[in-house]
Ligand binder design. Structure first.
Ligand code: BES
Ligand code: MN
Ligand code: MN
Length: 460
């Protein structure tokens, strides 16, 4: 393959690449919304058709939920096998009135493409689809085998994929999983992400009287479920964010000094960080920097609360029920299943009398650590530096991709996370965007990566 020629073609076809993304982003594939089942499946069909037209052996794999797309190029003996993983499902769009342009009408403003899924993950994932399609369009064979697994349930915990992974093991066999579903360190400073946090999510419902009660007639004599819920939630964490559940920190792997030293060299400014999120001061565990807190320390968060009167004006009641949705971010080696047992013990010890409660665990996934010095990371560094003009920094990130550790365990492969996003892309929030230049640089970096990975073949 003449790589400069291919990169030239990529540049010439950049408008087409962007219009492809716009087309895909118009499909509202919100996986958690059961009324959008058909549209969610349409997003799978769209990317399957694109891969099929480029000549990949492509199939739709049905699941109990949304379908997955599997595609592969021909095997190349002696060369490594790369599996590109990504997701076509997106998060809900509420609060809709805060979007400057409708979430499923992709709009260009200031060099950014605005739409739900622009960066998480359709835009980032499509960079790899485009690079492979364009490579095949040259008529030249790829120097390695590339497989794609594109699922529609990442944003809801990837439970169907996890269940099906053992039966898909042979088809997905690979040396390295390649994922672009994370971020650069800063605008113009690309990164390779060698660690992610895990996650464990829960719903806690507290029930008191059999129906709402007048708080004047009954208040003081009947436990208020909303207050009980507040007590329970605040018993789980102190003012600094240290989690108070017994044994919670037992399996946490402490940061190594080498890692802390390396991260201290990253160009970070707490002031700019605070300003970018609109808070007057940052928060967190004493003795850790913001990057350390976000990437390598476990946390507790309340994600939603519901109880009592939500309408206009005052309604003096003791609500019959109160509900909280909360989650923990975990670091590698912490086990979400053990955590559930520990929370149950904690609730037993701290629950006030006069109420009943139910704890419902939702999804859980452990944190991930990859080898930042693997031959795949070295190849990716080369590719990213060529495409972005700047060598990537090695970072961890705080978000979770539930299936990654399962890939490591079941497929026995390495993991390579190359994020093309930016921290102000508004993922999961109104006005999600993707910097158009980074979309095109991502496509170029991906093409160069295939070339670099090809050089790792046995015969070379
Ligand atoms: N792409 C994100 C994960 C991510 C976020 C990686 C930030 C690196 C930096 C992914 O789509 C996501 O949002 N995951 C969820 C998982 C959950 C719904 C099970 C998350 O992290 O909350
Ligand atoms: Mn994602
Ligand atoms: Mn997401």
């Amino acid at each position: 393959m003449n790589l400069p020629d291919l990169l030239d073609t990529l540049a010439k076809k950049s408008d087409r690449h962007l219009s492809d993304l716009v087309e895909w982003l118009k499909i509202p594939s919100i996986s958690s919304d059961t009324s959008r089942r058909t549209e969610t499946a349409a997003a799978a069909d769209w990317v399957a058709a694109k891969l099929q037209q480029a000549g990949l052996a492509t199939e739709l794999i049905p699941t109990h939920g949304h379908p997955m797309v599997f595609a592969e190029t021909p095997a190349v003996p002696g060369a490594p096998v790369a599996l590109v993983y990504g997701h076509y499902d997106v998060q809900p769009v509420e609060p809709i009135d805060q979007w400057q342009s409708p979430p499923f009408e992709p709009t260009v403003r200031n060099g950014n493409l605005y739409a739900r899924g622009a960066t998480d993950d359709k835009g980032q994932l499509l960079t790899h689809v485009q690079s492979v399609c364009e490579w095949l369009a040259t008529g030249q064979p790829l120097p390695l085998q590339i497989k794609f697994l594109i699922e529609g349930e990442e944003e809801v915990g990837s439970e169907n994929l996890e269940r099906m992974l053992p039966e898909l093991r042979d088809r997905l066999a690979c040396d390295c999983v390649v994922i672009s579903d994370s971020s650069q360190y800063a605008d113009g400073q690309p990164a390779i992400t060698y660690g992610l946090r895990g996650i464990a999510t829960y719903e806690l419902e507290v029930n008191g009287p059999s129906q709402d009660l007048h708080s004047g007639s009954f208040g003081g004599a009947v436990m208020n479920p909303a207050i009980a819920l507040c007590h329970l939630l605040s018993s789980m964490v102190d003012r600094e964010g240290r989690i108070q559940i017994e044994g919670f920190y037992d399996d946490v792997i402490e940061l190594s000094q080498a890692e802390r030293d390396a991260w201290a060299k990253l160009p970070q400014s707490d002031e700019a960080f605070a300003k970018s999120v609109g808070v007057s001061e940052l928060f967190g565990e004493k003795g850790f920097t913001s990057d350390e807190r976000r990437w390598a320390r476990p946390t507790f968060d309340i994600n939603g609360l519901q109880s009592g009167h939500q309408g206009e004006g005052v309604k003096t009641i003791i609500p019959a029920t109160a509900l909280a949705k909360f989650s923990f971010r975990l670091v590698a080696n912490q086990d979400p299943v053990q955590l559930t047992a520990a929370i149950e013990r904690h609730l037993q010890q701290h629950a006030p009398t006069g109420i009943r409660y139910t704890l419902k665990p939702d999804h859980g996934a452990p944190g991930m650590l990859a080898n930042p010095q693997s031959k795949f990371a070295v190849a990716a560094s080369q590719a990213i530096e060529s495409a972005f003009g700047v060598a990537p920094v090695m970072i961890r990130e705080g978000g979770s991709i539930p299936i990654v550790t399962r890939f490591q365990d079941v497929l026995g492969c390495d993991c390579l996370l190359m994020g093309w996003g930016l921290s102000d892309d508004n993922t999961h929030s109104p006005n999600e965007k993707f910097k158009i230049q980074d979309y095109h640089r991502g496509i170029a970096a991906s093409a160069i990566l295939w070339d670099e990975l090809g050089k790792l073949s046995e015969s070379k």
